[in-house]
Structure formats: C-alpha cells, structure tokens
Design a protein around this ligand. Structure first.
Ligand code: SF4
Ligand code: SF4
Length: 343
C-alpha cells in the first residue's frame, strides 16, 4: 500500500465511510465448486440465500452499480459473484467508467470465458483468477473453468492468481512448490496470492480444513516459497499475521474497512465477504492478513497504525451519525447509509 493511498483511506475512515467495497454483481455462476462460501445457506445471515436474491442485468446493472459506488465513494471496489464474467457485456461498459472515476477495481473470476482484450488497457483494473490447486484437483473441482480454458482465456492479459491452501493439499509434500513452478514462469501471471482455508464456526470437519499442524507448516512453507518465487506477492509481515489472525470481526481491519453488498445491491454480507459466521481465529484470508500487517505496523514505539485506525473508526462512526441526524440533514437523508440504489 502506498502512503498516499493510506492517507486517502484514513480520510474515508474519519468520515465514517468504508474505503473499500466488495460487490457480488451477479448471483449466477456456471461452476459448482465444493466449499464455495457464496452459495452456503448462511452466507447472507441465514434468512435468504444468494440464489434467492433478485439481481440486475444489462443497463440496469451498470447504472445501479454506478449509483451505489457514487453514493459510498470507495477508493477500491472488488467485483465478485457468483462469477462476474457472467455479466461480461455489462462489465465492458462499467469498468471503463469506474476507471475514469479513479477507482481501483478488482474483478475476481474463474476465467471460465475469455477476458475481453480491452480490459488490458484499463490502468486501475486487476483481474484476479481463482485457481484451486494443481490441474487434476482444480479441473475436478472447477470444471468448466479448467486449466486448459484458463490458459486460453488469459492470453494478452497480466492477471493475479489467487489460490487457497486446504487440508488436502497440505497432505502432499511439495504441492505448492509445484503449483508455483507451473504458474509463475508465465508472462500472463503478474503475481500470486495465497490464502489459507477459513472454516465457518461450528462447521462439521471437512477435508478442506487445516489442522493446527498443517496450518503451521503452510505458514513455514510460505516464508520459504516467497524467497524462491518472487511473483508470490506476500510480504513477510503479511505471512506473520496468519499465525495470529484477528480473534473476531471487531479486531479485523479488513472487515471494518470493507462494505460488502450482495447481488440485490442492498443486502449486506457480514461480517466480511465470507458471510455467515466465519471462524476468525482460523482466518486465512490474504486480504485480511495484509491489512492486519498494516495495522500492526509500529509508527513509533508503543503506537501502531491499528491503534490510530480503531480510534479513527470511532470518530468516523460519530461523524456518520452526525451526517444522518444533524440539523443539515433533510428527513430523507436519515436513511442515507442504507439507501437502496435507484432502480
Ligand atoms: S467460481 Fe466462485 S462463485 Fe462460482 S461456485 Fe466457484 S467459488 Fe463459488
Ligand atoms: S476476514 Fe477473517 S478475520 Fe476478518 S471477519 Fe472475515 S473471517 Fe474474521
């Protein structure tokens, strides 16, 4: 994170706004990945599921997303799903407009279809391709977005590969080294980010879950692999955070700085984009660890960036309240924080 970006984000926090948004722009996905959190019954809190929400298409989707973004004014937006590439035609209109607004955008996709050539020239766009381990396992879990298809669909682009270490993959020696040997030499790969699997609290034991020993070994492997593969874009300070994840959403800088909306563009996904009731103490989300590393950075002895963040967030909460109840606020503004998009 650059200093200028940190100051901009801090400004948003002080005014009670989230500097980041994550938007599930569609409820549709052609894949059926085992362990996908988006389609879990509890993802949206247990009342309604992602598949039951009404979502947007065509011009209405473009306009509604822009309305939401203009309302919340984030610095960074992640477009997720479902798979955002299901709405490829809409993204071709939306992404240049977000780029023009100076917003950094991340499209997280399985790359099941070709990434449009024009996206390569958008300066503030990151395409993140989710890959589920080595080819045999990945193809089994994520068909039709097989290795062969991904390799074809990312030609002409520089994408970020994101993958998740699961229990199964830690039961085979050298698994992640082989993964990085396959992906990092390719010119289409800009960098690689690796998360650890995050279970829901109270979930029945599944093969994806990492034991304490497997998690410790995965952390040690990441320290070693980052030296060997420079495209593994994970600082030592970030990896260190996997060993001491936030104990609750309240301690999680990522959850507190990111507003996540589901496919109707009004339902909030809480406490973070995983939804449901994630086990923070076993969190393996690379984004959360990255921000935790920023938060634990000591500015001067005894004062971390996180302490300033938490104090600023409290001030921001008060400022947001004043915005909604203050004398200048017209009655309709009282609903501002949850204002639905104009449809
Ligand atoms: S591609 Fe993503 S949204 Fe679709 S099923 Fe797989 S994990 Fe879920
Ligand atoms: S990102 Fe991780 S630590 Fe933060 S709220 Fe979600 S599960 Fe908890």
């Amino acid at each position: 994170m650059k200093h200028a970006e940190i100051f901009q984000a801090w400004g948003r926090i002080l005014t009670g706004r989230a500097p980041s948004m994550s938007i599930e722009i569609t409820k549709e996905c052609p894949l059926r990945c085992p362990g996908c959190y988006a389609y879990e019954d509890a993802h949206l809190g247990g009342g309604v599921t992602l598949r039951q929400l009404s979502d947007y298409k065509g011009d209405q989707l473009v306009k509604s997303v822009l309305d939401v973004v203009d309302h919340h004014k984030p610095l960074h937006v992640s477009l997720v799903g479902g798979d955002p590439l299901v709405r490829c035609r809409e993204l071709e209109v939306l992404l240049p407009q977000l780029n023009e607004r100076g917003i950094f955008v991340q499209v997280v996709t399985s790359a099941f279809r070709q990434i449009p050539a024009a996206w390569a020239s958008l300066s503030r766009l990151n395409v993140v391709v989710s890959i589920d381990g080595l080819e045999a396992e990945h193809n089994e879990r994520r068909k039709p977005a097989t290795y062969e298809r991904i390799l074809k669909n990312i030609v002409g682009h520089r994408v970020v590969v994101h993958t998740t270490i699961t229990g199964q993959t830690m039961r085979r020696d050298g698994y992640w080294e082989e993964f990085l040997q396959f992906w990092t030499p390719r010119e289409e790969i800009k960098k690689v980010w690796i998360s650890l699997f995050t279970p829901q609290r109270g979930a029945a034991l599944a093969p994806e879950h990492l034991s304490i020993e497997e998690r410790d070994r995965a952390i040690r492997d990441l320290y070693r692999l980052r030296e060997k593969f420079p495209k593994l874009d994970m600082a030592k300070a970030l990896i260190k955070e996997f060993a001491r994840p936030p104990q609750s959403p309240d301690e999680c800088v990522f959850a507190k700085t990111t507003l996540t909306l589901s496919a109707d563009l009004r339902t909030k996904v809480e406490p973070c984009q995983l939804g449901g009731d994630p086990d923070c103490a076993r969190c393996g989300c690379v984004a959360s660890m990255g921000l935790a590393a920023v938060g634990n950075h000591a500015l001067v002895p005894g004062l971390t960036a996180g302490m300033i963040f938490h104090a600023s967030a409290k001030i921001g909460k008060m400022v947001a309240k004043l915005r909604t109840v203050g004398p200048a606020a017209a009655p309709s503004c009282a609903q501002e924080p949850d204002a639905p998009p104009v449809v």
